[in-house]
Design a protein around this ligand. Structure first.
Ligand code: G1P
Length: 271
């Protein structure tokens, strides 16, 4: 049963400076709604009951966005505006589901995941990277379905242009079926020469709790960070089954300014 989702939100957002010097990129609106809310909606629809947000003291505005009761109460008392009451109800619903952990010194996705260890209750959990939006189909739901079928760990994956391999985690594959395959190996941001395929990791993972033990053993990898990719690699080498889900939706990259602008256009067009 996948009921918990962890969402790393402590990143510095350097690809979006100077905007991110005053505002977390995850709160930047895409067609009128923060990026992060699209991620939460995807999770809710996929049956997730609890969110663990990994934030930092520099990104407390994310906490404030969801826990600003006095502000809402005052305004609602004065205005009795139906739209504001609706928004507050939505925020209240999320409040009950969110826990926070802190990663004040962002050291990579692996380090972020390890910070959640004490909160994880079941054998598997979902992780979503909010830079990656997937529209037109619920990727998390597809992955949970594949997890039920295979009993293994799942990574969302997509074919990318070979010349861009060094921007992604790249998979080496075996036993390819129409919509999924078994993962033979993973490598974080390889050179074109070292890339085993053009199947890239997209920011959705169903991971086993066993991953915590492997993260603890990691030394900083590519770019000096502790990567979840390297912990996954260790588990695969120990015969743990990982599958790549070739999702059916449309991928939007919100981690760069041009990608962010394009995401707004695509979501607007899709309405
Ligand atoms: C992270 C992961 C990478 C993955 C990518 C997807 O990289 O480390 O394996 O392919 O997300 O967006 P980042 O975007 O943090 O550089």
């Amino acid at each position: 049963m996948i009921k918990q989702a962890i969402i790393p939100l402590a990143g510095l957002g350097t690809r979006m400076l100077p905007l991110t010097s005053v505002m977390p990129k995850e709160l930047m609106p895409i067609n009128g709604k923060p990026n992060l809310e699209y991620i939460l909606e995807e999770c809710l629809e996929a049956g997730i009951k609890e969110f663990i947000f990994i934030i930092s003291k520099n990104k407390l505005s994310i906490k404030k966005y969801f826990f600003n009761d006095n502000f809402y109460k005052k305004i609602i008392k004065k205005k009795k505006d139906v739209k504001i009451i609706q928004e507050y109800k939505k925020i209240k619903k999320y409040q009950k589901m969110i826990k926070f952990v802190y990663q004040n010194n962002p050291k990579g996705t692996g380090d972020a995941v390890l910070k959640c260890k004490k909160f994880i209750k079941n054998k598997f959990f979902l992780m979503l990277l909010p830079d990656d939006l997937i529209i037109k189909s619920n990727c998390s739901k597809e992955m949970i379905r594949l997890h039920k079928k295979t009993n293994g760990s799942i990574i969302a994956t997509k074919r990318i242009e070979k010349k861009t391999v060094s921007r992604w985690g790249i998979l080496s594959i075996k036993n390819k079926k129409k919509k999924y395959f078994q993962i033979k190996d993973v490598i974080e941001k390889p050179s074109i020469k070292k890339a085993p395929s053009n199947f890239a990791i997209i920011g959705r993972y169903i991971l086993p709790t066993k991953i915590f033990g492997e993260i603890k053993k990691l030394k900083p990898g590519q770019g000096g960070e502790i990567h979840i990719t390297d912990a996954i690699r260790r588990l695969i080498k120990k015969e743990n089954k990982f599958y790549g889900n070739i999702f059916t939706g449309k991928y939007l990259d919100c981690g760069t300014l041009s990608g962010y602008i394009n995401s707004g256009i695509e979501i607007f067009k899709g309405k």
